[in-house]
Design a protein around this ligand. Structure first.
Ligand code: FVH
Length: 317
């Protein structure tokens, strides 16, 4: 696994201030790195508040100027144009709706970009990130793509993880400043990797959430409350299921799937129980049908004795 941020592990100088963006910001500490934040939506406002709370001199810009007012009241320098924002310091953190919006914001700032670092926390595709990295390189701008794996209230908190990839050395140069946002996973120099991991992890989240909802519906049909089912579910996910994934990762990389823990044939039989229980209770069966279909296809192809990880072959196509 890529290393988590050692700076974060050591903690920012004043962790309490940094971890709670809602706390009143103190005066900016001139010893701390100045930061510019472009985009003050739900996420950008919290990012800027976290930098302010940690004492960073913080310059903010937003298309709709009114969103900068609460931050200005807490000590941020509010500027009227993206050019003024870019010129304010070496580190620019952007968090706008999408890459088209960011391109529009940066248009006209090109002459100011050389020597600065752009940390782009706007969500996008790996292809968009690589294209923007190329554009940044043409303009002498160090480009670090980032993905925020938490919602705004979690920024600076214990579950906040941010994925970074892009210009070599950029994360190391700004590691302490960015540490106030959350733990850092450094994915290396390919600017596209942060976005690629982001989409893969969101897919994992949606699959997990839907699986949990399926379970909630199933047990709920027999009168069990979600609140009673959920502690059992999270223990199972964090323990046994996480363990399966750890083992199957090696199988997926090796392309060999010994079914010595549980074979696909055994899995399919259990899926039939799930389908039966769901149908008997009038619960939707779309998700278990998908799983059973993928498993049946692998068995029909002669892999019934293999582990669940064998399904990667059908998913990869
Ligand atoms: N909110 C979340 O939980 C997720 C967590 C993971 C990462 N995402 C991504 O962060 C980006 C911003 O999301 P957001 O939640 O802050 O979104 P909004 O509150 O809707 O703010 C959008 C900001 O973008 C500005 N903006 C939109 N279009 C333009 C444009 N053409 N030119 C300049 N700025 C633009 C908007 O400005 P305004 O409407 O206030 O004037 C906001 O500042 C996003 O990529 C998430 O996927 C958040």
């Amino acid at each position: 696994m890529p290393p988590l941020n050692p700076a974060r592990a050591a903690g920012p100088a004043d962790p309490a201030r940094a971890a709670d963006p809602a706390r009143a910001a103190g005066p900016a500490d001139p010893a701390r790195e100045p930061v510019t934040v472009l985009g003050l939506g739900a996420m950008g406002s919290v990012l800027a508040a976290a930098f302010l709370a940690a004492g960073h001199p913080t310059t903010v810009w937003n298309r709709s100027a009114a969103k900068a007012e609460p931050l200005a009241a807490r000590g941020a320098v509010r500027v009227a144009t993206p050019a003024e924002a870019v010129a304010a310091g070496p580190l620019i953190v952007a968090c706008v709706l999408d890459y088209d919006a960011l391109r529009a914001v940066l248009a006209g700032t090109e002459a100011l970009l050389p020597g600065r670092t752009l940390v782009n926390l706007t969500s996008g595709s790996p292809e968009q990130a690589r294209e923007l990295a190329g554009w940044a390189a043409e303009h002498g701008l160090a480009y670090l793509d980032g993905a925020i794996m938490i919602t705004p209230p979690g920024i600076g908190g214990p579950d906040a993880t941010l994925l970074y990839s892009g210009a070599p050395g950029a994360l190391a140069r700004h590691r302490d400043t960015l540490a106030v946002l959350g733990d850092q996973v450094d994915l290396g120099p390919d600017a596209g990797l942060a976005g690629l991991y982001d989409t893969a992890l969101l897919g994992l989240m949606w699959s997990s959430l839907s699986g949990w909802l399926q379970g909630v519906a199933l047990v709920g049909a027999d009168g069990v409350r979600a609140a009673d089912f959920t502690p059992v579910a999270t223990r199972w996910l964090a323990g046994a299921v996480a363990g399966f994934i750890g083992r199957y990762a090696a199988q997926a990389d090796a392309g060999a799937y010994p079914g010595d823990d549980a074979s696909l044939t055994v899995h399919l039989a259990a899926m039939e129980h799930l389908l039966h229980a769901a149908r008997a209770r009038g619960v939707d069966t779309a998700l278990p049908e998908l799983l059973a279909r993928q498993t049946e296809q692998a068995i029909e192809a002669g892999h019934g004795a293999d582990s669940y990880a064998r399904l990667i072959e059908g998913i990869r196509k």
